[in-house]
Design a protein around this ligand. Structure first.
Ligand code: GLA
Length: 498
């Protein structure tokens, strides 16, 4: 009896000694803007296994595979997100008071990382705050037509800063974008700094004075948007609004913010997917209570059929899926799959298939014309994602095509639908205010094609008396019950007919 007590005391002492991996470890990597990316490894070494968690940006991985010990070990943790498992794996060893680690990436081992011991509890998740009971949020009266503007993420990612936003605003005020309706200039992830003792959020070094920036953007006749998360951290691991929703909404209002993109991210660590509506409702109510008109952009990748409850949560727009990339494959897969969501779009509340990639270089001008046409048929928000300071004439022409924009911004706010399909050829129609119909003939195949369809197949009872080609800017008349269009590979012919 006595002997076993002594033995267990010895084991506990050994586990806590410097030669054990057990403990709370921090990898701290400066982001270059005064903030630090923190990865916490909370490890327990026992019975020949290493267990615990790895907390990194929006992830809390549970370590479920391990081998080795202080002289050399491997740990791997997983976390289910959006139906797939994400995983993080490190190989490392104990060296004095530090862990020397390399992350094992798909491309091989990454650079050496140093983790140092920090007190137990540091980096622990904050306690769970129960979401409010569901109740519909009053419409803020904004976004009667799909919001238009620019967002930093697609082109600049974490390189966005105050000077860039000012230059973008200058460009949009000069190059015709503002007059065409692109008014929201939104700073996406990586602007946030730390909270002060009162819990007030401050921007990081890249944004020295958010109020002054808002004043500047407003002086250019534009509006300023910002980004946060309902979780403790954003997708890039920056401070989120968890537990500070009303305080942050009030801060945004005081700065003069006009648009909030609210990205689920770190909320994955706290809430279940089924709690999203209540969690989004909380910020929807906070924005209303702030007293400033702020467009509310819900971003949770389309989980839980958000189109059915996004408006009740106060959302003016809601992302319908994952992140777009600047490829034909990504853009066309997202865009052409939106047709079942048409019934949910209406003035004030829009399906958001994600921001535009037009001008970012990964697609041809023909493909970008399809991107612009498809998004306009979908009554989608038109949020440019390129460097609008430098646009080629052809990109500028695509982004600024007033006839296409007029279809996107049609006041009836009815989202278009696929009306006819034959293989890779599709005709989409959208009913416009005043009786016109927008009609887009898409050729999703890579080769050029002559597409012939009957007006009746596109839902038009009579052949139209007026056919306006909104890309060629030409007028014509129907020659009979059929219509033929020569459509380039991955291209579109877009018409406004009466
Ligand atoms: C998510 C969003 C993106 C962007 C990034 C920023 O992936 O879907 O649009 O905001 O986060 O971290």
């Amino acid at each position: 009896m006595m002997k076993s007590v002594i033995l267990s005391v010895c084991f506990t002492a050994a586990a806590a000694s410097a030669a054990s991996l057990t403990g709370n470890w921090l990898i701290a990597i400066p982001n270059g803007d005064g903030t630090v990316q923190r990865t916490y490894l909370n490890l327990k070494q026992q019975d020949g296994r290493i267990t615990g968690t790895i907390r990194w940006t929006l992830h809390l991985f549970t370590i479920d595979r391990s081998s080795g010990g202080p002289g050399g070990f491997t740990i791997s943790g997983g976390m289910p997100i959006l139906g797939t498992e994400r995983r993080k794996t490190y190989r490392g060893k104990l060296a004095g008071n530090e862990l020397q680690l390399k992350e094992i990436l798909a491309t091989g081992p990454g650079p050496t990382l140093i983790a140092r011991r920090v007190p137990a509890g540091e980096g622990a998740l904050p306690p769970r705050i129960p979401p409010p009971p569901l109740r519909p949020v009053r419409w803020n009266g904004l976004a009667r037509t799909p919001p238009m503007g620019w967002n930093s993420w697609n082109k600049f990612a974490n390189r966005v800063d105050d000077a860039t936003v000012r230059q973008i605003a200058d460009a949009m005020a000069r190059n015709g974008m503002r007059e065409a309706g692109y008014v929201y200039v939104t700073i996406d992830d990586t602007w946030a700094g730390e909270r002060d003792a009162r819990g007030e959020i401050h921007p990081n070094r890249k944004f020295p004075d958010m109020k002054a920036l808002a004043d500047y953007v407003h002086s250019r006749g534009l509006k300023l948007g910002i980004y946060s998360s309902p979780g403790p951290v954003t997708c890039e691991g920056y401070e989120g609004s968890y537990g500070h929703e009303q305080q942050d909404a009030n801060t945004y209002a005081a700065w003069g913010i006009d648009f909030l993109k609210y990205d689920w991210c770190g909320a994955f660590m706290i809430y279940k997917d089924s709690e999203m509506q209540a969690v989004y409702q909380k910020m929807g109510e906070a924005l209303l209570a702030s007293g400033r008109p702020i467009v509310y952009s819900i971003c949770q990748y389309g989980v839980g059929e958000v189109w059915k409850w996004g408006a009740d949560a106060g959302g003016n727009l809601w992302r319908t899926g994952g992140d777009i990339r600047d490829t034909w494959e990504s853009m066309s897969r997202i865009g052409f799959s939106q047709y079942p969501l048409a019934p949910f779009a209406r003035p004030g509340h829009w399906n958001d298939p994600d921001m535009l990639e037009i001008g970012n270089g990964g697609m041809t001008d023909t493909e970008y014309r399809t991107h612009m046409s498809l998004w306009s048929m979908l009554a989608a928000p038109l949020i440019a994602g390129n460097d609008v300071r430098n646009m080629t004439p052809s990109i500028r022409e695509i982004v600024l095509n007033r006839e296409v924009i007029a279809i996107d911004q049609d006041p009836a706010g009815r989202q278009g639908k696929r009306a006819w399909q034959s293989g890779m050829r599709e005709v989409w129609t959208r009913e416009l205010a005043g009786g016109d119909t927008a009609l887009a003939v898409f050729n999703r195949a890579p080769q050029d094609a002559r597409v012939t369809f009957r007006w009746a197949d596109a839902g038009l009872v009579n052949p139209p008396s007026r056919i306006r080609d909104v890309w060629r800017h030409t007028d014509g008349k129907a020659a009979g019950p059929e219509y033929s269009a020569d459509v380039p590979g991955h291209g579109v012919v877009m018409l406004r007919v009466r």
